[in-house]
Write a protein that binds this ligand. Structure first.
Ligand SMILES: [Fe+2]
Length: 330
């Protein structure tokens, strides 16, 4: 939980704030209820990457592109925090997107490139992160340059599970004079909301390259909707040749989407081709233990089974059962 070192949980922050309000003599209950500051929306702007321009390397490190030997140049900047719902609960499965100008104020992706497009070809310009159950996110990027008409800023897109639209906002650098004249920042009427996206940056101790860091919790207006998981059922699945071989023999792989706690069981489907059990061993890895034709998923993702032979039809049947269901052979 590396983020805990930087963050006061919202519940505690709210308590601290309530205490200060009480001690100042204010007792309006409505005021207390508003103590969590919802992140204000800010325009997406014209520089979100076009669909054809989204880089293949769109991870949370914008400083280093996969196949480039050289890192982007500028002040390396770390930003981390959590994605929270309007009640302060961490949101799992939120898509966090970050894009911004390079050190010279140029965007990597643009419908309207400036005079110096792609000033730094080693800067990814765009990255994304998918939150886990802690709601935490983290990026390594650069301090963006300033371009005419705007204060220094990051662009953010946050998409919560169940939401079909990206929520756009921007964050700014505390103490910079241009903040006072930035039309977009100053279009936010609520002082607390405006202050919540002006971030304080500090030097990272022990770095020789003057790296900087900040933390920022995004508080959503929306309530996330968990994806609807299926009940028990079954899937017809086509097997595929697995890469490589085990002891000189090829294996066939049968992969299905997996949800945490669900139990998956593989059959050579009798109505299609009765395999019996002669095609064992089943295994959960290509070279793994035999007789494993049933598996309970520890997390969301993919479960793969391996077989020595393909069915004559090429199809298999994978049953899945909800968490807690009887795991005996049906
Ligand atoms: Fe911008």
């Amino acid at each position: 939980m590396e983020s805990s070192a930087f963050h006061i949980p919202v519940s505690r922050r709210r308590l601290l704030k309530n205490m200060s309000v009480v001690s100042a003599g204010f007792t309006l209950p409505g005021y207390l209820a508003e103590a969590i500051t919802l992140t204000p929306a800010q325009a997406q702007g014209p520089f979100y990457p076009l669909i054809d321009d989204i880089p293949l390397d769109k991870d949370n490190d914008l400083v280093k592109i996969d196949d480039h030997l050289t890192m982007a140049s500028g002040v390396v900047t770390h930003v981390s925090g959590r994605i929270l719902d309007r009640n302060g609960n961490p949101v799992r499965g939120a898509l966090v997107e970050l894009w911004h100008a390079d050190r010279l104020g140029e965007y990597t992706y643009s419908t309207n490139p400036g005079p110096n497009p792609r000033a730094d070809p080693n800067f990814a310009g765009f990255g994304q992160f998918l939150t886990g159950s802690s709601g935490a996110y983290r990026f390594r990027t650069l301090k963006p340059g300033i371009y005419p008409g705007r204060a220094r800023h990051f662009h953010w897109g946050i998409t919560l599970p169940g939401q079909q639209r990206r929520f756009s906002t921007q964050t700014y650098w505390k103490g910079e004079a241009l903040n006072d004249s930035d039309f977009l920042l100053n279009s936010i009427g609520d002082t607390e909301q405006r202050d919540s996206i002006i971030l304080a940056f500090s030097k990272v101790p022990g770095t020789t390259t003057l790296e900087e860091r900040t933390t920022w919790d995004f508080v959503s207006h929306f309530t996330p909707v968990e994806p609807a998981y299926p009940g028990s059922g079954g899937l017809m699945i086509e097997g595929a040749k697995a890469a490589g071989s085990v002891e000189g023999r090829r294996r066939f792989r049968i992969s299905v989407p997996a949800y945490r706690g669900y139990t998956y069981e593989l059959y050579g489907n009798p109505p299609l081709a009765n395999l019996g059990w002669k095609l064992l061993p089943f295994s959960l890895t290509q070279g793994g233990a035999i007789d494993q034709n049933q598996h309970t998923a520890a997390g969301d993702g993919v479960v793969s089974f391996y077989l020595e032979k393909k069915t004559p039809t090429g199809f298999y049947f994978v049953s899945f059962r909800v968490p807690g269901a009887n795991k005996g052979t049906p």
